[in-house]
Write a protein that binds this ligand. Structure first.
Ligand code: SF4
Length: 332
């Protein structure tokens, strides 16, 4: 007979690893479900990500899901607000659990489990917040928190005997002592830090996300990914630019040039520039001066090729370099 299946919302953090491992101990078939934020390289194979290697410690198969444009709507306007920076943790959790629930249904699994622990984190793991997340996630009764289950109401899989409640745990509070002991018992030595380096909790990236939302109605997943690359400057309410810092960034950005409104590449050694929005003539000149500032134009070869979104290119030559004070005022 097939073993009952469950899905664990998996982040690579210790709590989700433990939640999965505790359930595996009961002989259940457990599949991890990981939501990939738009900051991760769109073309990377998730199996090469560190979280995939971490899952190997407990032989956990992981299904990967890339957050789509619907995630950007949540990010722009979270119903339950932001954390310290631009991290909409409650809305984000609800979104992740909803996606995990869709996956659960698609594979005929019985429940979605998370590594949440009652009272561990401010806001998102308070008992009433856990209830709210369950209610909003649309799988009331099928959302299991194995690490704190015995402090919470029994779920349907527990009541139906699919999951043995006696083998679940009663962790609560901010101390990590019991988690660390359990990790030792299971031989889990490596895991992601809490929040897993989520870039929405990084103040510099948060500034860039805010700037993007403030100035642009239409935002794509690649716009969010590109926030992790290069130097960013806001030229006007209508236009921002991304200036590459090295050849690797140039190669990466070239992949997304079709999403730009203008793309600048100097004929000399220097940065390429991705433009989101429309530039006036004086701003075209400014972009060239910025390229001159970070590049090494030599006399006789100071042309810069600029290509618009329809693929039409032309050459521009502007002398002079942008000043540091000018750049500081525009830096995002
Ligand atoms: S830390 Fe980041 S990934 Fe985690 S819930 Fe908050 S916003 Fe979502």
């Amino acid at each position: 007979m097939d073993r009952p299946r469950g899905v664990v919302l998996y982040s690579g953090g210790l709590d989700s690893l433990l939640a999965a491992r505790v359930l595996k101990d009961q002989g259940l078939e457990i599949i991890g479900f990981n939501c990939i934020l738009p900051f991760v390289k769109p073309d990377i194979d998730p199996k090469t990500l560190r979280i995939s290697l971490l899952a190997g410690q407990i032989s956990l198969d992981v299904e990967y899901f890339r957050c789509g444009k619907d995630y950007l709507d949540i990010l722009r306007k979270p119903r339950y607000g932001y954390g310290k920076h631009i991290n909409p943790c409650i809305d984000c959790k609800i979104y992740f659990i909803r996606k995990a629930a869709e996956f659960m249904k698609s594979i005929g699994a019985e429940f979605v489990a998370t590594g949440e622990v009652v009272g561990q984190r401010p806001m998102s793991q308070l008992k009433n917040t856990l209830n709210l997340i369950e209610k909003e996630s649309g799988i009331k009764g099928r959302l299991l928190r194995p690490l704190s289950a015995r402090l919470l109401k029994p779920t349907i899989p527990e009541m139906e005997g699919v999951v043995n409640r006696e083998m679940l745990l009663d962790f609560s509070g901010r101390s990590r002592k019991r988690q660390m002991e359990l990790a030792g018992k299971y031989g889990i030595n490596e895991f992601s830090s809490p929040a897993g380096g989520c870039l929405l909790t990084d103040r510099y990236i948060a500034e860039r996300v805010r700037d993007l939302f403030m100035h642009h109605e239409e935002i794509s997943i690649s716009d969010i990914y590109l926030l992790t690359i290069g130097r960013h400057f806001r030229l006007s309410d209508n236009a921002k630019i991304i200036v590459t810092r090295n050849g690797l960034e140039h190669d990466e950005m070239v992949k997304y040039r079709d999403f730009s409104d203008l793309f600048f590449v100097p004929d000399f050694k220097g940065p390429s520039v991705f433009v989101k929005g429309l530039l006036r003539d004086e701003e075209l000149a400014l972009v060239c001066r910025i390229i001159n500032r970070y590049g090494r134009p030599e006399s006789g070869e100071s042309a810069i090729t600029v290509t618009d979104s329809s693929g039409v290119s032309r050459k521009l030559i502007y002398h002079g370099q942008a000043l540091e004070e000018e750049l500081d005022k525009m830096r995002i």
